[in-house]
Design a protein around this ligand. Structure first.
Ligand code: MHQ
Length: 264
């Protein structure tokens, strides 16, 4: 199952996050989320920037395209799971997340971790040639041909393009990622009110940052992206169901447990 051992957090008084909202407090929430993002971001932006012209050769692309469908799915599931693991770590460090009940923590991660991976993808995306950092180099959509879900891949790349166009700072990416995770509209939350309270804090932190950056107009644009993220993640789940019907044993025996737990 979900690494419950991992998810179980030391006891903290439950009102540790409901002191009155003051400017000082919001600054602290901002700083804490930005730090958590930095510490769990898997790759630093400067690192990714430096590698952005390191492309796969024709031969390498061909090798990926020649993989069998189940082999390529397994490979991508592994890469995605690595990325998701960093997002789980990020979530645990969002002020208030660890104080939510375990059910709600899992609900938020099941619904939001892939969405945050896609938000983080913008840091690893080169808009000039539509490539993404994958396995140490930059890859275009054609490299993922063997997955046989070109519609999903095209939609994910389109999304990366449109989110990159907003030119978010690292701070804005951090706070937007937190807002995507702490979504009190997710089905099956047990203590929706508490999630709502944490969400309000994160929302305040994001709007505070946008105000400081003189970019309040971004808030609406970001909320538009939330809807697209939701549809991309449903498409991912739909593709996984389709794949599992074709290759049940691959999913059962070879996919990472965390990937199955969150998405299957
Ligand atoms: C992260 C690093 C990172 C890691 C993995 C159908 C299916 C199973 C998968 C990257 C979709 C294929 C992912 C690996 C493809 C869209 C997935 C496979 C930021 C995100 C990033 C770059 C992931 C982006 C999405 C990728 C390429 O820090």
């Amino acid at each position: 199952g979900m690494p419950r051992g991992d998810m179980r957090m030391s006891y903290e008084p439950e009102d540790s996050f409901c002191y009155p909202t003051s400017m000082m407090h919001i600054e602290e929430v901002c700083a804490s989320i930005v730090r958590s993002h930095r510490e769990t971001s898997q790759y630093r932006v400067e690192e990714l920037q430096a590698l952005r012209w390191k492309l796969f050769s024709r031969e390498e692309i061909h090798a990926y395209q020649s993989k069998s469908m189940d082999e390529m799915w397994q490979h991508c599931a592994l890469r995605l799971t690595d990325a998701v693991q960093y997002v789980v770590e990020f979530a645990k460090r969002i002020p208030g997340f660890r104080q939510l009940c375990q059910n709600d923590q899992i609900v938020l991660l099941k619904n939001g971790s892939m969405e945050v991976v896609l938000v983080r993808m913008t840091r690893a995306f080169n808009t000039e040639n539509s490539t993404v950092f994958f396995d140490g180099k930059f890859a275009g959509t054609e490299l993922f041909k063997a997955l046989a879900c070109s519609d999903l891949i095209a939609a994910v790349f389109d999304f990366a393009h449109s989110l990159c166009a907003l030119r978010l700072t690292e701070q804005q990416v951090a706070l937007f990622s937190a807002l995507v995770l702490i979504n009190s509209d997710r089905p099956c939350l047990e203590e929706r009110g508490r999630v709502e309270r944490v969400k309000k804090e994160v929302e305040l932190a994001l709007s505070h940052t946008l105000h400081r950056d003189n970019q309040e107009g971004l808030m609406n644009k970001l909320y538009q992206k939330v809807a697209i993220l939701k549809s991309l993640c449903s498409l991912h789940i739909e593709k996984l169901r389709w794949f599992r019907q074709l290759y049940p044993l691959t999913v059962h025996s070879l996919f990472p447990p965390l990937y199955k737990e969150l998405f299957a």
